[in-house]
Design a binder for this molecule. Sequence first.
Ligand code: KIV
Length: 285
Amino acid sequence: MAERKLAISDFYRMKEEREMITWLTCYDFPTAQFEENAGIDMILVGDSMGMCTYGYESTVPVTMAQCIAHCDAVRRGAPNTFVVGDMPFMSYQTSDVEAVVNAGRFIKEAGVDAIKLEGGKRVTSRISAIIDAGIVVCGHIGLTPQSSAQLGGHKAQGVTAEGAKLVIEDALAVAEAGAHLLLLEAIPEEVGKFIASKLTIPVLSIGAGGGCDGQLLIVSDVIGQFQAFIPKFVKRYADVAGVITRAVESYVKDVKSKAFPEQTHCYPMKKGEMEKFQELIKSYT
Ligand code: KIV
């Protein structure tokens, strides 16, 4: 566990000292406790909760109410970790004012340390407006799941020189707008490395290779809980789905065979009460 809660200035220092920043998503109180105890530098309460915890097919249906509730639970589970709240689809797209109001809700109602929003050049006025309100902002470019329909699906971006130019221009625009952090998703390693070297702000990677200032993964992928698909950039570190399935199978078997509960799981009557109880049940016959 970190000795104290890290602040945005620590991430700038880590970039300068080439210490990699570790970042994982999280959606609930117990996992937040595990992540904090394991020493993660940052937590993202991602709108990936839509797929990972609600079973939606995309992040699009996720609401502000869901994001606030999950951020609040994570905040309580990881009080000493830098937590980023993810702005859901349609919470910032319509106007700068709505973006500021909703970003403010993450801070006031869930106590997060920063917010993240998707988009490059087209969201620069949103980024500046939120920063003007005193809120720490993380940009997110490359593959942006909320607008994946416009990108032709969940596909890697910047894989041609022309495509890479668009990603680089988005990165420069987001930094110019004042973002404190930038997340690059699903782009070639060379492009990620170039952007991280060009910008002074910490640049994090989820599927953008090892040349960035830190790495983000989705916790449900890391622990082997999310079953629908495994993105190319994921490394699995555990098989939680297998552990839970085997535990439930054993429980079902024990209940069916009456191996559970054992005496140790049962409450005894108070001393001297058994005879009175026997009398009592006789009165029911
Ligand atoms: O919601 C999320 O977890 C994200 C990651 C996919 C980057 O935005």
